[in-house]
Design a protein around this ligand. Structure first.
Ligand code: NAI
Length: 258
């Protein structure tokens, strides 16, 4: 049966590929992105988030079968905290009631292997407190100190932790909505394209994200995993961060996590 699925980040990379796969199987996709989408909105700020939720609700008529929060940015600035954490959470929270109205609702976020890397605790804490002002202040401090590389891992770690906290609550598990994350390693998309042209960056990336199984992934690999997570077949998996990363997480954390 055709389902209606909202996908943020639908104009590029993983989100675009997922939107294509879902449309191919007959689903109606409501794409959300800065441009080239059914709903054009900036998830980096409150006005855009509110408008995105309102327009998706309008287009789906108040009942939504699934949401995938895929939009994200990788920057050494405060932006990842705004988009990757607060943008994703606002979209999921704002659409939760419409999901609850569906027969087999599903939700997923896109995390990252970066979420296992060193983070700034103050950013993560403020995100989990839902305090965007404090999170952005903490991020600004990190950037000023020359540690801007920590804002992206912090945003993704906070997103995974938020997902695990809320997934078992009355608002999610209680109304039958599985909520999970796919955490990719390195995926060949416009986001990573500049890295492949820079030998020093490539070397650093290969050391940070070792992928012994089949190397860098194409976006289809991640999109297929997301497609299953938000399909009716997923009745009982929730709160999981599924690393689709060519073995990076297993290499890096080895026996510490099992
Ligand atoms: P991409 O850059 O190809 O696509 C990201 C999309 O998000 C773009 O269409 C962009 O316009 C949209 N977006 C960015 N800021 C936005 C905003 N403020 N409001 C609305 N839309 C916005 O990147 P890619 O690789 O497809 O990334 C998708 C997700 O996967 C992101 O969350 C990223 O952090 C995550 N990821 C990507 C990896 C990679 O190696 N490419 C690795 C791990 C995670």
């Amino acid at each position: 049966m055709a389902r209606t699925i909202a996908v943020s980040g639908s104009a590029s990379g993983i989100g675009r590929t997922l939107a294509g796969l879902l449309r191919e199987q007959g689903d109606e996709v409501i794409g959300v992105d800065l441009r080239d989408a059914d709903v054009c909105a900036d998830l980096g700020g409150p006005e855009g988030r509110t408008r995105a939720v309102a327009e998706v609700l309008d287009l789906c008529g108040g009942t939504l079968d699934a949401v995938v929060a895929c939009a994200g940015v990788s920057h050494f600035t405060e932006l990842p905290v705004k988009v990757n954490f607060f943008g994703a959470v606002a979209l999921l929270d704002g659409l939760r009631a419409a999901l609850a109205a569906a027969e087999a609702p599903r939700a997923a976020v896109v995390g990252s292997i970066a979420g296992t890397q060193p983070v700034d605790d103050a950013i993560v804490r403020a995100c989990l407190d839902g305090d965007e002002t404090a999170a952005l202040e903490a991020a600004a401090k990190v950037v000023q100190a020359g540690d801007g590389y920590k804002t992206y891992p912090s945003s993704k770690s906070a997103l995974a932790q938020w997902m695990r906290r809320v997934c078992v609550t009355a608002g999610w598990a209680g109304v039958g909505i599985p909520l999970n994350a796919i955490a990719p390693g390195v995926v060949r998309t416009p986001m990573t394209a500049p890295l492949f042209g820079d030998e020093a960056m490539l070397k650093a990336m290969n050391e940070a994200v070792p992928m012994p199984l089949n190397g860098y992934a194409d976006p289809e690999v991640i999109a297929e995993a997301l497609r299953w997570l938000v399909s009716p077949a997923n009745t009982h998996m929730t709160g999981q961060v599924v690393y689709v990363d060519g073995g990076a997480e297993a290499t890096l954390r080895n026996q510490d996590v099992f």
